[in-house]
Design a protein around this ligand. Structure first.
Ligand code: AMP
Ligand code: MG
Length: 340
């Protein structure tokens, strides 16, 4: 058991966090997407501590975070030319690229795969910590496996208190959903494995051949070989039974009136969505970007309020909205009522 410390983002705190990481400990780190649970990507023992702190299945690989594009040559066997273009365009930022891994990356870090996911965060503090360590940092989201990803240091503390020595508090995450994950196919194809703030539309500016993997919008069957192991696990799940209502605002209001009972809570974009509906509600934002920022906090809030049955308004399915929809879909266990 640790007495989990909350650190600031001043130089002393960053140096202390880096010291812990150099000693093979695990530290909660802010990034622009969500908080990460970081450890030395090269150190098997340290990386194992991440899996045990989270309760993460051993076959779910970790993303390796770098602070300089130069670092990728050491971590990979081969860098596809498209990856360099993407790095130039979207790094530092919320894009993770899957590439064949070099021997420098232990298989514990890559979840047993022969590939590695690499990303360069834009968050100043995350970069300062990586720089101060001098090694890349493997970091999954800093939540307990299955819970919504943390977007504040308090969320990390709620899940990790006693499990890790320290959390660096960098305030609320600006993006709020995890990075876009892509792999490369042939000479000029990109496969979108997990949608994020860098959208399919953004990626199409690099190549028109952007394929959205089936796992983004569909529940994969038991025996399907998944390209991104994280997609097969239960995710972001609040205790409540969540259903997405896919329709217009009028459709939503009508459906809720016809199907609600005293246990129902509405998860809507803004307060006025619930006009003339006399039920408790949570708002998770009016724009795609705001929804990305607030979704995970809203999902945590559902548990705090003891919600049992939730009807959620359906996000957009393009741009950043696709990332919000992808996460909400998992939180809802793929329960969607289609009204359009
Ligand atoms: P998290 O760190 O919690 O955001 O999860 C990382 C996500 O990236 C998971 O969905 C992983 O399956 C995916 N990922 C990381 N590395 C790889 C890889 N080498 N191949 C495929 N997916 C990966
Ligand atoms: Mg995660």
């Amino acid at each position: 058991m640790f007495d989990t410390k909350i650190l600031g983002t001043d130089e002393d705190s960053i140096n202390y966090a880096a010291e812990l990481l150099k000693r093979g400990e695990v530290v909660g780190i802010p990034t622009e997407t969500v908080y990460g649970l970081g450890a030395n990507a090269f150190d098997e023992t340290a990386v194992r501590k991440i899996f045990s702190a989270k309760g993460r299945p051993a076959d779910n690989p970790l993303i390796v975070h770098v602070s300089d594009t130069e670092q990728i040559s050491e971590l990979t066997l081969k860098v596809p030319p498209l990856a360099l273009e993407c790095a130039k365009r979207f790094w530092p930022g919320p894009l993770t690229m899957i590439m064949p891994k070099s021997n420098r990356i232990p298989t514990v870090t890559s979840g047993g795969l022969d590939t590695v996911g690499i990303r360069m965060p834009s968050h100043k503090t995350a970069r300062a910590i990586i720089n101060s360590c001098g090694f890349p940092i493997a970091a999954p989201s800093a939540n307990l496996s299955g819970s919504p990803s943390p977007t504040t240091a308090q969320h990390v503390f709620d899940d990790m208190n006693g499990r890790i020595p320290a959390i660096v508090d960098g305030g609320m995450c600006g993006v709020g959903v995890e990075s876009t994950v892509i792999s490369f196919e042939g000479e000029n194809g990109i496969r979108l494995l997990r949608p994020g703030f860098i959208s399919a539309e953004d990626l199409k500016e690099i190549t028109p051949n952007v394929l959205i993997d089936k796992g983004v919008l569909e529940k994969l069957g038991e025996n399907v070989k998944v390209r991104s192991p994280g997609m097969k696990y239960k995710h972001y799940a609040p205790k409540a039974d969540v259903t997405i209502i896919d329709g217009t605002l009028d459709d939503y209001r009508r459906y809720v009136k016809d199907h609600s009972d005293s246990d129902t809570l509405c998860m809507v974009f803004e307060e006025s969505d619930c006009k003339e509906i006399d039920l408790p509600f949570i708002c998770y934002g009016k724009t795609d970007e705001k929804q990305a920022r607030e979704l995970f906090d809203a999902l945590r809030e559902l548990d705090k309020r003891g919600a049992k049955k939730v009807f959620a308004r359906c996000p957009n399915k393009n741009g950043v909205g696709l990332a919000v929809y992808n996460r909400l879909l998992r939180a809802a266990g793929f329960q969607v009522v289609k009204l359009r």
